[in-house]
Design a protein around this ligand. Structure first.
Ligand code: PEP
Ligand code: MG
Length: 571
């Protein structure tokens, strides 16, 4: 059997070696685009709808049982997408008025929604296109009478190799038998990856062409952390050793879920927080030992709606998070919309460079009625627990002062109406534009805290698009230029007694944690599942050695030099 090696994106950690299960589905081909019999097409569409609904209800129940309420909500969301009148009416309109066949009409209407989501700037929302695609495929297969492969029927240990796994397919996987999956497409923020992490099934995504190179009876060995795959491994012992080391490490990390966050020399002030996109994510934060929410991306509420969310809708959502956190702090970011993050109910003006244009705080300060609604909801929620309001994309001190003044104006307005606002409310800002990082000390006079958005800070510092594979060699968190900006930010805040968090992806990277500790970062906000590992890294290092590491790293010339220093320290 031929041996082959692949490298993809490690999306859910774990080591597996098992027989391949090739998931090649029947291709959806729409032969009859038009039909002269709208009644028959409507009947086909309605029957496909009923079958799809039935599948989703069953999937929701299985997921609830296997993965809990939070993950089951994905299928509740799928059901509401399926029942969205905009989709149903669009399909019926094409069948009735344009003589489309049921399958062509489904394809056309759902396709438009997918295109809209895919055009968005944020990974999270672009991945939601996968949800619409998932529903669309199920509907189309039922309409065309195609077979839907039942992954729940797998009865031996396998590694699934597929082009892509939809969330509904992922939910059917039995972790006792499905030892891992490897897909041509996808990345760390796709729903399949998120669910794989919950199910603790190793996953490697973004492999580009693995599906076409595996054959029946091949053996797949995979490392879900590094993204390495070996088909028909030459030396099984190497993989057995890796698996044993991983099992030991996993056991070790469990101890860090409920352990205190403390360095080897007893420093206890670092806070390990998590990023969320909806109140449903809180359960996962708490079950992984999160001490705070460092970033709630509030744009989720706006993009998931068919109109601007009302003050009441927003209040309910923000309060839910604060309530669930039971006294632990929550930082909610105000609407970060614009650029490629679009809303179905609002047309942004055309710009040559939307990433550098009318977006985030620039938009909300221009559309004060929209901003006021959100601020009132946030301020009201602050009465129920410790809450921080954070503004995205702040570039100038004037901009921050104006946004803060407007927030305080809304607060005064509420108090005049007799509505309670939290006494300990904090008002802070993201540091994601280099202009703010270099004079962070000036901002720190007015802001209660900073949270560094390295996802954007790196792209604006390096003039390298965070989405572009072609310039990804420039998009590096360990560049001394980035580390020096972080130092300016942290020192600037501390000079005025303010705290600094980081909610960009860098905060949870194992190599970044020691550097950030040494630079004096106060709060590390990451995906919930990364928390135990970060806590374990902290426990193995003294503050002094991380400070020495950071001082040396700031003097380096390249990111390789920085990474070499870090690796020496971790070992
Ligand atoms: C960031 O820029 O680092 C950040 C956390 O915000 P987003 O990824 O939502 O742009
Ligand atoms: Mg950002």
């Amino acid at each position: 059997m031929t041996n082959k090696v692949y490298k993809g994106i490690g999306s859910s950690e774990g080591i597996s070696v098992a027989k391949v299960f090739i998931l090649k589905e029947e291709k959806i081909v729409i032969v009859d685009a038009k039909s002269k019999d709208p009644k028959a097409e409507i009947a086909k569409y309605e029957s496909a709808m009923a079958k799809t609904k039935d599948d989703l209800v069953k999937l929701k129940a299985t997921t609830l049982e296997k993965l809990g309420a939070e993950k089951a909500e994905i299928f509740e969301a799928h059901l509401s997408i399926l029942e969205d009148p905009a989709i149903g009416e669009g399909i019926l309109d094409l069948i009735n008025n344009s003589q489309y066949s049921a399958s062509k009409a489904i394809h056309e209407v759902t396709g438009n929604f997918v295109t809209m989501f895919e055009a968005m700037d944020d990974d999270y929302f672009r991945e939601r296109a996968a949800d619409v695609k998932d529903i669309s495929e199920r509907l189309l297969k039922h309409a065309l009478g195609l077979k839907i492969i039942d992954l729940a029927a797998i009865n031996e240990e396998v590694v699934i190799v597929a082009d892509d796994l939809t969330p509904s397919q992922t939910a059917q996987l039995n972790p006792k038998l499905v030892k891992g999956f490897a897909c041509n497409v996808g990345g760390r923020t796709s729903h399949a990856a998120i669910m794989a992490r919950s199910l603790e099934i190793p996953a490697v995504l973004g492999l580009k062409d693995i599906l076409h190179s595996v054959k029946e009876k091949d053996i797949v060995a995979m490392d879900g952390l590094t993204g390495e795959i070996e088909i028909n491994p030459k030396d099984k012992k190497v993989w057995e050793k890796k698996a044993a080391a991983f099992a030991t490490q996993k056991q070790e990390l469990k101890k860090f879920i409920n352990a205190p966050t403390v360095t080897k020399d007893g420093f206890k002030d670092f806070i390990l927080a998590a990023n969320i996109g909806s109140p449903n994510d809180v359960e996962n934060v708490l079950s992984h030992g999160g001490e705070a929410i460092g970033l709630f991306r509030s744009e989720f509420l706006y993009m998931d709606n068919s109109n601007w969310p009302t003050e009441e809708e927003q209040f309910t959502s923000y309060k839910k998070v604060v309530d669930l956190m039971k006294g632990k702090p929550t930082i909610i970011r105000t609407l970060d919309i614009g650029g490629d993050k679009k809303l179905s109910y609002f047309e942004f003006p055309h710009e040559e460079n939307p990433f550098l244009g009318y977006r985030a705080i620039r938009f909300t300060m221009d559309r004060k009625e929209i901003f006021r609604t959100q601020l009132r909801a946030l301020l009201r929620a602050s009465a129920f627990g410790p809450l921080g309001i954070m503004f995205p994309m702040i570039a100038t001190v004037d901009e921050f002062k104006a946004a803060k003044a407007f927030t305080l104006e809304c607060k005064a307005e509420l108090e005049k109406e007799g509505v309670k606002v939290g006494k300990d409310l904090e008002i802070g800002m993201m540091i994601e534009i280099p202009a703010a990082a270099v004079i962070a000390d000036k901002f720190a006079k007015y802001a209660d805290f900073f949270s560094v958005g390295t996802n954007d800070l790196i792209q604006y510092t390096m003039a390298a698009d965070r989405m572009s594979e072609k310039v990804s060699y420039l998009y590096q968190p360990y560049l001394p230029s980035i580390l020096n900006l972080l130092k300016l930010t942290i020192d600037g805040a501390h000079k005025h007694g303010k705290w600094v968090g980081m909610c960009g992806e860098m905060a949870g990277e194992p190599e970044a944690v020691p550097l950030l500790m040494g630079l004096g970062l106060d709060e590390f906000s990451m995906s919930a599942t990364s928390i135990p590992r970060a806590r374990s890294i902290m426990s193995k290092l003294t503050l002094k050695e991380t400070q020495e590491l950071a001082a040396k790293a700031l003097e380096c010339e390249t990111s390789e030099e920085v990474l070499n220093l870090v690796r020496k320290t971790i070992k």
